[in-house]
Design a protein around this ligand. Structure first.
Ligand code: SAM
Length: 236
């Protein structure tokens, strides 16, 4: 089922309340520091230079730090939430790469881009795509990678063997028990967003979609204690 424009607009509207997401990130609820270390580990031995594409870049806070450790010539970011790209622009000011930001659906961007990339990164964004869109995402991401290039993806996944509704209920239960600093109102918005806009897959499904697109076997490089958040790398 492909998402309608209204559903995509709903996702964008939520992330305009970026402050809530910033609070989640700053309290470590989605393990951004651990993700950063795992990401750094995945790219640190790659040759310097080349092009870095971030899909669903948000404020590009993590990429801005990463590029300081692993210099690239070019950074392209794409996100459907226009206002957050202004924050991304500021964060990327001294990242050392030539920066271009695109207010665009990530699937359209990766389908139509006329460049190849050494690294493509998508952090907590692909689970917003429908099942079919995710299939297309892997197909087009592989086509956009340069020889030897790598797709890195941090995302929310389904509990193995559980349907979406059941797994989302378990995820929300885990969030309610662990994200204790969120206010009632913030939690209500998070509940609605996750219930209506999140379409995670099992890790096995993501690995199989990537294999169908021609990627080498995916490697899980980081998982958190909840089992809901993972970083997977896929070599072209
Ligand atoms: C949970 S935030 C993650 C932000 C950042 N990548 C990170 O790891 O912290 C999800 C981001 O993906 C963006 N997003 C969701 N669906 C998208 C789509 N179809 N195309 C482009 N961006 C999308 C949202 O606007 C938001 O900025």
């Amino acid at each position: 089922m492909v998402k309608t424009k209204a559903e995509s607009a709903e996702i964008a509207a939520f992330f305009e309340q970026w402050a809530i997401y910033e609070k989640v990130v700053s309290l470590g609820y989605m393990a951004h520091e651990e993700v950063f270390q795992a990401l750094l580990d995945a790219v640190k031995d790659r040759p310097a230079g080349g092009r870095f594409l971030e899909l669903g870049c948000g404020d590009a806070g993590m990429a801005a730090q990463l590029l300081k450790h692993c210099p690239h010539d070019v950074y392209h970011g794409a996100d459907i939430t226009g206002p957050v790209l202004g924050i991304a622009e500021k964060n990327l000011e001294n990242c050392g790469a030539e920066v271009t930001l695109h207010h665009e659906h990530l699937l359209d961007f990766v389908r139509n881009a006329d460049h190849s990339y050494e690294v493509i990164y998508a952090g907590y964004a692909v689970h917003h795509l429908s099942h079919e869109e995710k299939r297309d995402f892997f197909q087009h991401a592989r086509k956009r990678l340069a020889d030897g290039g790598c797709l890195l993806m941090t995302d929310v996944v389904l509990r193995p063997g559980k349907q979406r509704e059941e797994s989302i209920a378990l995820y929300l239960d885990w969030i309610h028990r662990n994200w204790t600093e969120m206010t009632e109102r913030e939690m209500a918005l998070i509940d609605t967003h996750i219930s209506e806009c999140d379409y995670p897959e099992e890790i096995a499904t993501l690995l199989s979609m990537a294999a169908d697109a021609g990627f080498q076997a995916g490697e899980t490089r980081w998982s958190d204690a909840s089992g809901f958040h993972h970083l997977i790398s896929f070599q072209r």
